[in-house]
Design a protein. Structure first.
Length: 256
């Protein structure tokens, strides 16, 4: 199963939030999902309702250390330390990390770490690049397209359609990116508030606009995976937005 990269050329685009909610959506659709945090700041786990001081097992940790590190059906792993080791590229080449196995890996990569992104991209099935409808994102588009986007799809993040520049930018990006634009996620203060309360967005604000958008985005990504594999995965998504925030019995397992 695939490695899916989440990476944006600039920070502040909601990359970690989108990686987390996509991992939860794919898990709820029946996939065996592992979320990989390649960002040493540890932002990803906040969107699973975990505090910044809670330690995640490493990607190469033995199975007895990783069995309990699961939140909302998603296995969480810290991959930041391993990726900085000198032999990480060799391990990728030898397929030591199981990216060609049955699991779906969702990787959160820091905006400034383009070197790691370039290292992982050949091993990934697809890359999701969040963009905002801002002058900064528009200025970076030539660099993104020049680097080649054969595996890259885009999401408009933190959308505010009440501003004229944002509306024109969104129209331009939709025309430019075409089918490579998977969707948009509206700006929503509840995302930040949920992190501050150490809750997933689905539990904190089940009627959040951003949550509704990420549910739709999860469906688009699952469909894209099915198309790329030329398989009918019979994916079913949820009518209840809170499904992205909690499992049926609200069970939460993680490492002590």
């Amino acid at each position: 199963m695939p490695l899916i990269l989440f990476h944006s050329p600039r920070g502040g685009t909601g990359n970690s939030f989108l990686a987390a909610t996509t991992a939860i959506a794919l898990s709820r659709a029946g996939h065996d999902v592992t979320a990989l945090d390649f960002d040493r700041n540890g932002t990803l786990q906040l969107h699973f309702g975990m505090g910044p001081g809670e330690r995640l097992p490493g990607l190469d940790a033995p199975s007895d250390e990783t069995a309990s590190a699961s939140v909302q059906g998603v296995a969480l792993r810290d991959a930041s330390a391993l990726s900085r080791q000198s032999d990480f590229a060799e391990g990728l080449a030898r397929n030591e990390f199981g990216f060609s196995g049955q699991k779906v890996f969702v990787a959160d990569i820091a905006a400034g770490d383009s070197q790691l992104r370039d290292m992982l991209l050949p091993h990934a099935l697809l890359e999701i690049c969040p963009l905002t409808a801002t002058a900064e994102s528009l200025m970076m588009l030539p660099g993104i397209t020049d680097a080649g986007i054969a595996k890259t799809f885009f999401v408009l993040s933190m959308v505010e359609d009440t501003r004229r520049f944002a509306r024109h930018s969104m129209g331009f990006l939709r025309e430019l990116l075409g089918e490579r634009l998977l969707g948009q996620v509206r700006r929503d203060e509840a995302v930040t508030e949920a992190c501050a309360m150490l809750k997933s967005l689905g539990r904190y604000a089940p009627h959040s606009a951003a949550l509704a958008d990420t549910i739709k985005l999860g469906g688009e990504i699952s469909t894209l995976l099915a198309d790329l594999y030329d398989e009918d995965l019979d994916v079913e998504f949820f009518d209840d937005p809170a499904a992205l925030g909690t499992s049926d019995d609200d069970t939460r397992h993680r490492a002590a």
